[in-house]
Design a protein around this ligand. Structure first.
Ligand SMILES: Cc1ncc(COP(=O)(O)O)c(C=O)c1O
Length: 295
């Protein structure tokens, strides 16, 4: 399958307050964000023409920017409106939404207090993050060598571009070994998350998930916890050690792109795709659909 490169597509991209033709949404090679990782971003999905939990995502974008000492020169409401308008102009009902914020080219030292803070929003169609044929059996995960950093070492709660360096290395290694993705431990050796999703386990009808104290507390993660609790399922947030994986029956990962994806294997550990995982996947796919407005 030939894929059109992302800088060669059609449509418009919202950039610093205006719409520019997709192919013209460029940055210079001397851009602070490219050299020093001074960037933060979001990943959102639109379903049926509406962006799911848009304001929560936009607020997280602003929080991430603040953690990297960047002040976005727009309001949350303005970025929400820009996302909606970009979706409308792209003409998609179901799509992936990528807002990104980065320091510009005005200064090139590590300290760059007076660089412009740029914002762009690009929207494209990104149907399934993992191979849909693997969903029945569950995807296979490697266990990554690199770990999620100590919050004293990096702004681990920010959706910062620099933190994705670890994710890309880990996912590349996993794919080369034939896995779909990698599960990362944290700096203490506890189970943390995947390269683009949070992780859940099931044992005796109860759900266990790592406490998000040094990785992204995903919006999908919180949504799925709410859906499980609505079904009176017990959700236990706690430290999970990798040795415990042998005792879990089911496993699934959740994220905006991954939605709810069943996991069949993590390294030497095997899981079945059970009813609880299937039910939460369906509940999530219902939850993201736009709510019918009351008459
Ligand atoms: C590293 C990482 N963890 C977790 C998540 C899940 O976050 P969310 O559900 O907010 O998309 C993502 C996806 O953005 C991610 O990239």
């Amino acid at each position: 399958m030939s894929i059109v490169p992302f800088d060669q597509r059609e449509g418009v991209i919202w950039m610093n307050g205006e719409f520019v033709p997709w192919k013209d949404a460029k940055v210079h090679v001397l851009t602070h964000g490219l050299h020093y990782g001074s960037g933060v971003f979001e990943g959102e999905r639109a379903y049926g023409g509406e962006i799911f939990k848009l304001t929560e995502h936009t607020q997280r974008l602003f929080d991430s920017a603040e953690m990297l000492d960047m002040k976005i020169p727009f309001t949350v409401a303005e970025i929400d409106a820009a996302c909606r308008e970009t979706l409308k102009r792209q003409g998609f009902a179901d799509a992936y939404v990528r807002p990104i914020v980065w320091r510009g080219s005005e200064m090139m030292g590590v300290a760059a207090q007076n660089t412009k803070i740029n914002v762009a929003i690009a929207i494209w169609q990104w149907p399934s993050y993992f191979d849909p044929t693997q969903l029945e059996k569950g995807i296979r995960l490697d266990i990554a060598e690199f770990r999620r950093p100590d919050p004293m070492t990096a702004p681990s709660k920010a959706k910062a571009v620099g933190l994705y360096m670890i994710c890309t290395i880990s996912k590349h290694k996993a794919e080369r070994k034939g896995y779909a993705d990698a599960m990362m431990l944290d700096w203490r050796g506890q189970v943390a998350e995947c390269t683009g999703a949070n992780i859940f386990f099931v044992k005796n009808g109860e759900i266990h998930t790592p406490t998000p104290d040094c990785f992204l507390d995903g919006i999908t993660r919180r949504t799925v916890i709410g859906l499980a609790q609505k079904r009176q399922l017990k959700v236990i947030e706690r430290a999970i050690m990798p040795e415990e994986l042998a005792g879990f029956e089911q496993c699934f990962i959740v994220g905006t792109a991954a939605e709810v994806t069943p996991v069949g294997e993590i390294g030497p550990y095997k899981f079945s795709v059970g009813d609880l995982t299937r039910t939460l996947r369906v509940d999530y796919l219902n939850e993201v659909q736009p709510k019918k407005k009351a008459a």
